[in-house]
Design a protein around this ligand. Sequence first.
Ligand code: SAM
Length: 287
Amino acid sequence: MSDAGFPKSILERLGLKPRKSLGQHFLIHAAVARRIALALEAGAGDPVVEIGGGLGALTFSLADLGCRVEVLEIDPALAAYLESELFPSHPRVRILRQDALTYDFAAAARQAGRPLFVVGNLPYQITSPLLFRLAAAKKALARAVLMLQAEVGRRLLASPGVKDYGILTVAAQYHFNMARLFSLGPGHFFPPPKVDSVVLSFTPIRPQPEAVDEELFLRVVKTAFGQRRKTLKNTLAAQAAPLGLTANQVLAALTALDIDPGRRGETLSVSQFVRLSNHLARLRTEG
Ligand code: SAM
């Protein structure tokens, strides 16, 4: 497993080629897989969901730690390999031929009787939708450790006012405490991706303040970031109608919260977005 030719030779033996469309970049070193598995802080018997089992690098480490692992693998050929060659009737590893984007995390946590640990070296194309799904199911989660594109990691951890700060940042920081654990260059994978990767931890939080209407909160954020160079007056106030509001109500809310309508949306903190959407929710109900 620590042999740099490991994924390549297995794929050749199976007569498979890495599928770009499924983001298949397999970890080469067992030590890296173990580092990710340990970062999850899941103990023996804990329920773990692994996104994209691939050739089993992470799965081995998780099983070694005594975790009960449910592996979601969308590629039937890899799922068959994991099931029949690597983990046939393993007491703690279950392979599911399953799209992670349609997996029911809440139902799995109910079945396990406790919150889930989620881990994965993510196929990069599903990162954003998966994060939104995890956010929606955060009550079912204990902790997640995910490997992502370094650029997405920067966006997730960004602060207001910088280029990387955007809709994904605000939505993710609203739901999770996130921390950067370590970075990995393309040489750690077969085939090597074009970009650097980073491993982040995600701990669900109860945000302070909390959005009274999460859908409105997200729509306010999206509208404010719709045209990044424009001011709140020209984004939120100008596009108030689809939010069920008038431009004057938006301007009144901004004034009440001491937010200059001449500011750009990208300068607002997560809690300012929450306060703003809560104020707008109130104005909308009052009519
Ligand atoms: N965990 C392995 C490793 O670290 O070597 C494989 C990681 S590879 C970056 C991503 C894996 O996710 C691939 O095996 C791919 O087939 C699988 N995958 C891609 N899209 C998926 C989806 N929507 N649901 C579940 N698995 C997916």
